[in-house]
Structures are given as C-alpha cells and as structure tokens.
Design a protein around this ligand. Structure first.
Ligand SMILES: *Cc1c(COP(=O)(O)O)cnc(C)c1O
Length: 222
C-alpha cells in the first residue's frame, strides 16, 4: 500500500479528538510530501539535524513535533519553529527551552515525558517528580514555555495487558493533574503497534511511523 493509502486507512479509524503525528524519522522528503499532499500536517522527528534539514526543504505549514531526547545544546536550533516538544524530562531542559523561546519571541509548547515502561533505559519523570515539577516555583517563572500535557512510551512488549496498564495509569494520572491544572489538554501515547489500545486508555495524540511509511532502514538510538 502507498503512503497515502496507509494514511487514509489509519486516519479513517481515528476518533476526531485524536491527533495523528506522522513519525517521519529516517524517511525521505518525497515520502513526507506524499503524506502532506494527502492532507497530513503534523510530523514527528527525533534527530535535531534531520529535523532542521527537513524543515528547511519542506512546506512551511507543516507542524513539526520533536519526539526524541533533546539535548540542551541543540534546543536553540529547533525552538524558532517547532510546534510541540514531546520529551521534556528535566527542569534544566525546560529552562533552556524558555531561554531560547524568549530570544525567538515565542511561547514554546511542551509535553512532560513520564516514565511508564518496565525497561530501565527510557527517559522520563516519575509520577511523583511530575507532580512536584508542575507546582514548582522555578516552573512558574518560565513565561516562554507552555506545558500542554504528558507523553509516555510503553514497554517494548507484545503483552497488551501490560501496555493497557501502563497507558491506563498514565491517563489516570493525566486526569488527576487536570483537576489542578485545567489547561492541560494533550496526552501523547501510542505508536504503530499499540495506538488503538492507547486511544482506548485515553490517548488523544498518537505517534505513528512504520504503519504509515513502512519499516525504517536502521534502528533508532532511542
Ligand atoms: C519512532 C518513534 C515512534 C513511532 O514508532 P512506530 O513504531 O514506527 O510507529 C513514536 N514515538 C517515538 C518517541 C519514536 O521515537
């Protein structure tokens, strides 16, 4: 199936309140344009250099999502145009985004990444760290970032029970936070293999790569 056909198949099955981020990392501009021509505007990348090159070359109304692990020294390159940064997991990183946001005259939208998987290698805050983070004085002084919600990556497992539990807990936590932080509106979880399950557990933003563009040629660094 072509990119357009895959995309149509996926979007036609998504509830209207769910945003699809087409994860285009390692994929060519030509393939991205195929999805763009079919109406897709939200794309996700996780390497800064690759994102910069693609942003330069591709239509300017694309909403670029940064979904990888962001290093502080690279923040300044993407802040002028990025639509949403999904993987914020430290106040220091957020402070740097804020600083660069001020320089660029923007309020940069961010999601806090929560650690929900069993593996030890994944980045993210614990639930407790996130609770404290959201009420910290340091955060209140950052006027050029706006925290929109949470992002999570489930365990690398085919065990749906496990994933349901992880995404379900994440959503329960999101609902809890919204009581005190009613502006939070985005829960980013679910990928090609588990997005339907994630939506069932309350996700309203899914990040789908291989089901749209085909398998990637090389493995990501994570
Ligand atoms: C690569 C990636 C995805 C997409 O994965 P697929 O299994 O190809 O859909 C989603 N989220 C993040 C953070 C990724 O790095």
């Amino acid at each position: 199936m072509s990119v357009q056909e895959q995309l149509k198949k996926i979007t036609s099955g998504l509830p209207p309140h769910v945003t699809l981020v087409a994860v285009s990392k390692t994929k060519s501009n030509a393939l991205i344009l195929e999805a763009y021509t079919a109406g897709q505007r939200d794309f996700g990348e996780n390497y800064v250099q690759e994102l910069l090159t693609k942003h330069e070359a591709l239509p300017k109304d694309i909403r670029w999502h940064f979904i990888g692990h962001l290093q502080s020294n690279k923040v300044k390159f993407i802040v002028p145009f990025v639509h949403l940064i999904h993987g914020v997991d430290s106040i220091r990183l957020l402070e740097e985004i804020n600083k660069q946001g001020a320089k660029a005259g923007r309020v940069v939208k961010c999601l806090l990444q929560i650690f929900i998987a069993q593996e030890e290698t994944k980045f993210g805050l614990s639930y407790e760290e996130c609770r404290e983070f959201l009420v910290s004085d340091r955060l209140k002084s950052l006027h050029n970032v706006s925290i929109q919600g949470l992002m999570g990556m489930g365990s690398l497992t085919a065990n749906n029970k496990q994933l349901e539990q992880e995404y379900g807990q994440l959503n329960a936590f999101f609902e809890e936070l919204k009581l005190n932080h009613p502006h939070l509106n985005t829960l980013s979880c679910g990928m090609s293999g588990d997005y339907q399950l994630a939506i069932g557990q309350g996700s309203n933003m899914v990040r789908i790569g291989s089901s749209i563009f085909g398998e990637r040629e090389y493995k990501e660094k994570g």
